[in-house]
Design a protein around this ligand. Structure first.
Ligand SMILES: [Zn+2]
Length: 715
């Protein structure tokens, strides 16, 4: 039998209490409660056995077949060819048989946990169907009134017709709920169910229907007032059961609450139990709670009470171990937290390493998707992130241009220019940013920051505002292209000017992010590299997975060189391509420490203390990512080259003049190609792709200056 491996061998879920027997919505309308909740930890065990341990307040059956999770796990395993066993640790905080959906929480938790552990992709409806099997253990038949809200959250209407479960989920309502649970030995599910008549009078049924429809009207309108009216109506079908509850409505303390409260009765579990609802603004609610307690005490009924809210959340995954994507050190392999910046052992750079062995990778899937040109390749970028965390502007999907005049300029035919300036904020940075911001959202970041010469900050500001979180940009004073700074300002970023150059700004932001808990989004953030890889994946897809001979990229902080190397390596390992193209990384002469290291074959990189070039996007003297970039150049049998500002601006004029246009840094690619063609390294007949990284409008001063022939050092 084929074996399915767990994507995550250990998963922790939080399962909410639910109420499904409230007032007139008896057995069809359920709601998730904000408290209490159970925690369940699922761990894969080699053999096909289920062991259950409990660390909570209340006991649970320790035999799988007597516990509601048993049938759920067995059916899912049978349907999906899972032959593992499990160790399950439950922290049981929802009192069993109390009418608070204790058994449903366990069953729902099992369905959600297995779905996530094995990446089964089950729909909510399928999860509800599986979880409802567990209720058979508790109640003698599968039913979904508690498991539906346990999985969906909020208020849920569910019905079962001949084995099919249908449900509709409604928004939550802001109410304070007083949950009054009976002490021990007061009735039982069986006794309470006997109070329900066999036959129902038509008039009673109609009155109940009206009350139920009012309940859903309340949910649709998010109206606490209507909700209170609905649950306060007499439930004529369970009236006998309701009559066993002390008459709350006769209490003076409750009468004083007027129209601001209502109550309903559970008619199951060791009931009778009560949920009373009141407006959060009600100032007398504590008085009401005490009054209710007194009333029950006078009747000799011991009760526990607690306040809760209707929760919008169903079972939540709160922990995941044995990751598919791990942040780890490129030097020593030490695994780090997802939001780490440097290795805690050796200060090495971090990268995201994916374990692709359980992930479906196929070319057809990639090309069949619409929308973002980054998330099209989700499996290669961030396989496990949930869609709700993804912050995207449908970035990528950039065009590839050719032009005879550019071929003539560079001295070789058939040059392809992939224009990353066509991304939403005008540069390739959007590709890395959508991934890094999405990961920051997943990790719960409250503020994001970067040091930037322009394009990064423009991109970060846009995506942060899209995600509704604040952003701060650290910029080197006076060393930034105006067009780019204006973007950040416009998108709403806070700007902090730092004395010195880009590298000082970078140092500053790293220091601050450590101290102030900012999420750093420079390319040292390994998730950025994951997004930038899609330039290569998209290019390869556009070329029908037939790689070119050369891929040429401007080289400043070396993020793209690093990302391209990683992408090509992964594409090769996964069998997406046969041949690996050579990378040509082109630096500007005045900011070329990587080039100097490359030709001198030095061991480390000697930073350029005063980097100078007209190509602001690559004016970087101390590129942090150089070890990754070096690895990329070596893996691809690549070359590092440098070009002068004159060569950059001449090449830019050729690209602009062809009607394509780009920012100065991008033109370093064509300048580099021209140089290597002249040197006889790039030969006629070889397929060359240049990556244009930024839009023409990014650096207007350079363009205008060039054409007015007013720029320093450039004729
Ligand atoms: Zn390390």
């Amino acid at each position: 039998m084929p074996k399915r491996n767990a994507l995550f061998p250990k998963i922790t879920v939080r399962c909410p209490a639910t109420s499904a027997n409230l007032g007139p919505g008896f057995d069809i309308a359920g709601m998730a409660l904000s408290s209490p909740s159970d925690l369940m930890v699922f761990e894969v065990l080699g053999e096909r056995a289920i062991t259950i341990a409990n660390s909570g307040k209340y006991d649970v059956p320790s035999e799988a077949d007597k516990n509601t999770l048993g049938p759920v796990i067995r059916k899912i395993c049978a349907d999906h060819l899972i032959s593992d066993g499990f160790k399950i640790t439950i922290e049981k905080n929802i009192k069993p048989a109390s009418g608070l959906g204790s058994s449903a929480a366990t069953a729902a938790g099992a369905a959600v946990a297995l779905n996530a552990m094995y990446g089964l992709g089950l729909s909510k409806k399928e999860l509800i169907a599986y979880a409802s099997l567990g209720e058979e253990v508790a109640a003698g038949f599968p039913h979904a009134d508690n498991v539906s809200p346990a999985i969906m959250g909020g208020i849920v209407l569910s019905s079962e017709t001949t084995g099919r479960i249908e449900f509709a989920a409604f928004p939550t309502i802001d109410l304070d709920l007083l949950v009054i649970l009976p002490g021990k030995d007061k009735g039982s599910t069986k006794i309470m169910r006997e109070a329900i008549p066999d036959r129902v009078d038509w008039k009673d049924a109609r009155a109940n229907m009206q009350a139920v429809s009012l309940l859903f009207e309340a949910a649709l309108d998010s109206s606490p007032e209507k909700f209170i009216q609905a649950v306060h109506r007499k439930d004529l079908i369970v009236e006998k059961a309701r009559a066993t509850v002390p008459a709350l409505s006769h209490l003076p303390a409750i009468q004083a609450l007027g129209d601001e409260y209502g109550f309903g009765v559970f008619a199951s579990g060791s009931g009778p139990a009560v949920i009373a609802a009141c407006l959060p603004s009600n100032k007398r609610k504590e008085e009401f709670a005490r009054g209710a307690l007194d009333l029950f005490a006078k009747q000799g009924i011991g009760v526990e009470t607690n306040w809760a809210k209707i929760s919008g959340k169903g079972v939540e995954i709160v922990g995941r171990d044995g990751k598919i994507s791990e942040v780890r050190c490129i030097e020593c392999g030490h695994p780090e937290q997802d939001d780490a910046i440097r290795c805690s052992e050796c200060s090495g750079l971090l990268e995201v390493a994916h374990n692709f062995s359980n992930i479906q990778i196929n070319r057809k899937l990639f090309s069949s998707r619409n929308g973002s040109g980054v998330w099209r390749f989700k499996e290669l970028v961030h396989p496990t992130i949930g869609d709700r965390h993804i912050v995207s502007r449908n970035e990528g999907n950039t065009f590839i241009y050719t032009h005879k005049s550019i071929d003539e300029y560079a001295g070789i035919s058939g040059i392809l220019l992939k224009h990353e300036g066509e991304n939403p904020t005008g540069s390739f940075k959007d590709r890395g940013m959508t991934v890094a911001i999405s990961e920051a959202m997943r990790a719960g970041a409250k503020i994001v920051a970067c040091a930037s010469t322009g394009n990064t900050s423009a991109s970060m500001s846009s995506y942060a505002s899209l995600a509704s979180i604040p952003s701060t940009v650290f910029i080197p004073e006076g060393k930034i292209a105006v067009g780019k700074l204006s973007q950040s300002l416009a998108y709403g970023a806070k700007i902090e000017q730092v004395k010195g150059n880009f590298d000082s700004a970078m140092e500053q932001v790293q220091k601050k992010s450590k101290m102030e808990g900012l999420c750093l989004l420079n390319s040292i953030n390994p998730w950025r590299i994951e997004g930038q890889k899609t330039i290569i994946f998209e290019l390869l897809m556009q070329l029908r997975w037939e790689p070119p001979d050369w891929i040429v990229v401007p080289a400043g902080n070396l993020g793209n060189t690093s990302a391209f190397g990683k992408a090509l390596k992964e594409a090769k390992v996964l069998g997406l391509i046969e041949k690996v193209p050579r990378l040509l990384s082109v630096q500007a002469e005045g900011a070329a420490p990587f080039y100097r290291m490359w030709i001198g074959k030095e061991k480390g990189l000697a930073p350029e203390t005063q980097p100078e070039t007209i190509a602001t996007a690559i004016r970087i003297g101390n590129p942090i990512s150089w070890p990754k970039a070096l690895r990329a150049i070596k893996f691809t049998n690549g070359i590092v080259e440098k070009v002068s500002d004159q060569e950059i601006m001449d090449a830019k004029a050729a690209i602009d003049g062809a009607g394509i246009g780009c920012e100065p840094a991008s033109a370093a690619t064509i300048a580099g190609v021209k140089k290597l063609v002249q040197a006889g390294i790039i030969k006629e007949g070889e397929k060359v792709v240049c990556i244009l990284t930024g839009n023409l409008l990014k650096d207007p001063d350079a363009t205008i200056g060039y054409h007015k022939a007013k720029l320093e050092h450039v004729g």
